[in-house]
Design a protein around this ligand. Structure first.
Ligand code: GLU
Length: 450
């Protein structure tokens, strides 16, 4: 009989052979596959059903041309993607990323992670992701609008409130969702919850803006609690300065921690007095400025420009929240954090730690909350936005926040319990992967070979 290890290894070899050039996708797949070996030993019928090879192949990938006209009247062309990865437990759900680094590998890694993340929320949402190599930086509002309208003109053919519901990710926030929604409505002449992260005046949910940042902090709170600890008096690093980072910092401060460093792609700020969230919001949400301008408001803070010898992870802190982007924290960074006595790391971005960095954290006994569990708060509240849209009702901030809190606590408990059941107590990577997988696997198995 084939063992779990033999089966998982053989599927991984096929995935590598067919997607050898997709480094980020392979990285995400390897991490999940390693965790799932004992699951296939326990449930050999999933080997018979070749469930893993089916799951790792996206149900559908759409790649399309996005032509648009810039402010100088020049015609520009970008590439758009939507990966509809798994609809086993609900309509495809996941964000859109606009960033020059976007390619099929990036969208597939994000879509693959999204399957497990969405399953962990306990809500009925499948896994998908999309985006474009369009760079919103330095573009005028009109250019952003024209790009979004062109992008949606094609995307609208593939999505729908009961089929596939995109949202934001890096480079796609409230402004972009507004333009995308307006174009969808115009093309289809229907007012449905086809996107989440919408504005509050046209079907958005209270707490959605804050949800990923708040959620990662609620998750970290559970991790600390398992060791009899809390946030009081602790220092923290939060990389990034976008939507996830801003609301993680705000929640950390309200729970008694002090965030001393944050960053953008140009470098990082160290502020011994604690990062001022109002300044950060003004710079990043209103002015769309570079983070160095923080110094104009807080001259005692320090700015370190990005470069090969500069890393926000060399700042001494008790807690670390990577909330910027994939592979922003490598093994050297992890060793620097451990050397400075970090006790917990919770991922707000998707796959911010390399596989080697995660090994360092586990080997050093650092509490580690993996992205697909720790940052699931954003998509969880997106699913709550879908529910409100279907009911044509709007819930209060307190109601949605309380649901978010319970969902994050539930994810922690499920991941911790699965890790224990499969002989990896304390390993939330294994626990999250297994807990997320089991629901999807059961649904796939019940639905036959499709
Ligand atoms: N982009 C977010 C994520 O990585 C949110 C997706 C959503 O709300 O659909 O989970």
């Amino acid at each position: 009989m084939t063992s779990g290890k033999q089966y998982v290894d053989s599927v991984f070899e096929k995935v590598k052979a067919q997607n050898g050039h997709e480094a980020e996708f392979l990285q995400a797949v390897e991490e999940v596959f390693d965790s799932l070996v004992p699951v296939f030993d326990k449930y050999p019928k999933y080997i018979e059903e070749n469930l893993l090879e089916r799951l790792v192949e996206p149900e559908r990938i759409v790649s399309f041309r996005v032509p648009w006209v810039d402010d100088k009247g020049q015609v520009q062309v970008n590439r758009g993607f939507r990966v509809q990865f798994s609809s086993a437990i609900g309509p495809y759900k996941g964000g859109l990323r606009f960033h020059p680094s976007v390619n099929q590998s990036i969208i597939k890694f994000l879509g693959f992670e999204q399957i497990f993340k969405n399953s962990l929320t306990g809500l009925p949402i499948g896994g998908g992701k999309g985006g474009s190599n369009f760079d919103p930086k330095g573009k005028s509002d009109n250019e952003i609008m024209r790009f979004c309208q062109s992008f949606m003109t094609e995307l609208s053919k593939h999505i729908g409130a009961d089929t596939d519901v995109p949202a934001g990710d890096i480079g796609v926030g409230g402004r972009e969702i507004g333009y995308l929604y307006g174009q969808y409505k115009r093309l289809r002449n229907e007012y449905t919850g086809v996107l989440t992260g919408k504005g509050l005046t046209y079907g958005g949910s209270l707490t959605r803006t804050e949800a990923t940042g708040y959620g990662v902090v609620y998750f970290a709170e559970q991790m600390l609690k398992s060791k009899g600890e809390d946030f009081n008096g602790k220092t923290a690093i939060v990389s990034g300065s976008g939507n996830v980072a801003i609301y993680a910092i705000q929640k950390l401060h309200s729970l008694g921690a002090k965030v001393v460093a944050c960053s953008d792609s140009s470098g990082y700020i160290y502020d011994e007095e604690g990062i001022n969230v109002d300044t950060l919001k003004q710079l990043k949400e209103v002015e769309r400025a570079r983070i160095v301008q923080y110094l104009e408001h807080h001259p005692n803070a320090h700015f370190t420009p990005a470069g090969p010898d500069s890393s926000i992870w060399t700042v001494k802190a008790d807690l670390a929240f990577p909330c910027a982007t994939q592979n922003e924290l490598n093994d050297a960074d992890a060793r620097a954090l451990v050397g400075n006595g970090v006790i917990a790391v919770a991922e707000g971005a998707n796959m911010p730690s390399t596989l080697e960095a995660i090994e360092v954290f586990h080997a050093s006994g650092v509490l580690f909350g993996p992205a697909k569990a720790a940052n699931a708060g954003g998509v969880a509240v997106s699913a709550l936005e879908m529910s409100q849209n279907s009911q044509r009702l709007a819930w209060s901030f307190e109601e949605v926040d309380a649901k978010l809190y319970d969902i994050m606590k539930g994810i922690y408990e499920n991941a911790a319990a699965a890790a224990k059941e499969f002989d990896a107590e304390g390993n939330l990577v294994v626990g999250a992967n297994i807990a997320g997988f089991l629901k999807v696997a059961e649904a796939m198995s019940a639905q036959g070979i499709v």
